[in-house]
Design a protein around this ligand. Structure first.
Ligand code: 1DF
Ligand code: MN
Length: 351
């Protein structure tokens, strides 16, 4: 595999990468301060204690690339044939900040900065809003500002907020704002909360290697089983990393969910209008971030449908030209590949 990677659609499709991260200096400084003053949770100490302080090449290079929304990033997109990047403030955004006012400020300044950079490179960048779910009403207003004033096309939330999940009724204003704007919600991973991270951290499995996926898959499953899509039938939730493994689990999830509901085993587990598989096929969108692997991509297309799987690179965390080539050379019809690489993103982000 060694074909040249060019932008401009020479293979019959553009490449739109849908889970691309940036950071602000304020954000990194804030994480470092939390690591030092002991207010960071164990996941932040592990993840950002590493990226913000380690002299390892992976750490220093990723910080430098996260902070750049200018010429270097565009050059890297050109070199790997990425026509457009859908950008979001890197995880965990403003969500771990204990001071809600500071969290709102950090999120708002990141959104303003992103909007400026998108305006500077309109044909290459698309923005997603970041919020501070600690303040759901403010977040709802920021989602609307993102849609109406900043030109954003979606909203990214980095999984749990200080151990709380979006199925909690207090986050309902966020879902109302998503319904009002028609924006998709991208649930991006974060390190697991202190209540969950212990045995993972002990084994070095808390981060993107495993903990991210387990915790984010749990988050989506909590939302589905809480009936979120019965309350918001038009809501579209995106998740990366091949659906955080839920497509692989879904037969068993449906079997055991239905068994629990019928037996009335859990007070909160109420009957739903559809099966979990049906929600995956109507309300969930999946990206290939971090999973440039043909068997997983083809399997997921088969489970959720070829209209619901979208390409993502996960720059700068996983930046490899050969992973783009893996997508280019999938043994699927060109029409299906074009959906994967371009038109599904255009459709679901309304580009
Ligand atoms: C990592 C991976 C970090 C992903 C990320 O955000 C991230 C990592 C802090 O490798 O530490 O977005 N990822 O999505 O795979
Ligand atoms: Mn990511």
């Amino acid at each position: 595999m060694s074909h040249e990677l060019k932008t401009g659609g020479d293979r019959g499709y553009l490449r739109i990468a849908t889970e691309e991260a940036f950071a602000t200096r304020e954000q990194i400084d804030c994480y470092l301060r939390m690591v030092k003053d002991g207010t960071a949770d164990r996941g932040m100490v592990s993840l950002w204690g590493f990226y913000a302080r380690s002299p390892a090449e992976r750490a220093t290079q990723i910080i430098e690339r996260l902070l750049d929304l200018g010429e270097q990033r565009i050059r890297h997109m050109d070199e790997t044939g990425i026509d457009k990047a859908i950008l979001a403030l890197t995880s965990p955004g403003a969500q771990p900040l204990l001071d809600v006012k500071e969290a709102r400020g950090l999120a708002q300044r990141a959104n303003d900065y992103l909007a400026e950079q998108v305006a500077a490179y309109t044909d290459r960048y698309v923005g997603m809003a970041t919020v501070a779910p600690q303040d759901p009403e403010w977040s709802a207003r920021e989602i609307v500002r993102g849609a109406r004033e900043l030109g954003f096309k979606g909203v990214q939330i980095n999984s749990h907020t200080q151990g709380e999940y979006l199925d909690h009724p207090r986050f309902d204003p966020i879902f109302r704002a998503l319904a009002d704007t028609g924006h998709p919600l991208y649930i991006h991973p974060a390190t697991p909360p202190d209540s969950m991270i212990g045995p993972m951290l002990e084994a070095g499995l808390d981060g993107a290697i495993f903990g991210f996926g387990v915790e984010t898959g749990l988050h989506l499953l909590r939302l589905i089983t809480s009936g979120i899509f019965d309350r918001y039938p038009d809501l579209q939730i995106m998740v990366g990393h091949m659906g955080e493994a839920l497509p692989f689990w879904v037969y068993r999830l449906d079997y055991m969910h239905q068994a629990s509901v019928r037996a009335q085993r859990y007070e909160r587990m109420k009957p739903l209008k559809k099966s979990i598989l049906e929600y995956l096929r109507t309300n969930v969108l999946i990206t290939t971030s971090g999973m440039a692997w043909a068997p997983a991509i083809l399997f997921t297309q088969q489970v959720v449908g070829e209209d619901r799987v979208m390409y993502a690179m996960d720059y700068p965390y996983q930046f490899h030209a050969d992973e783009v080539r893996t997508h280019d050379t999938l043994d699927i019809p060109l029409a299906t590949k074009k959906k994967l690489m371009q038109t599904n993103a255009e459709r679901w982000f309304r580009l």
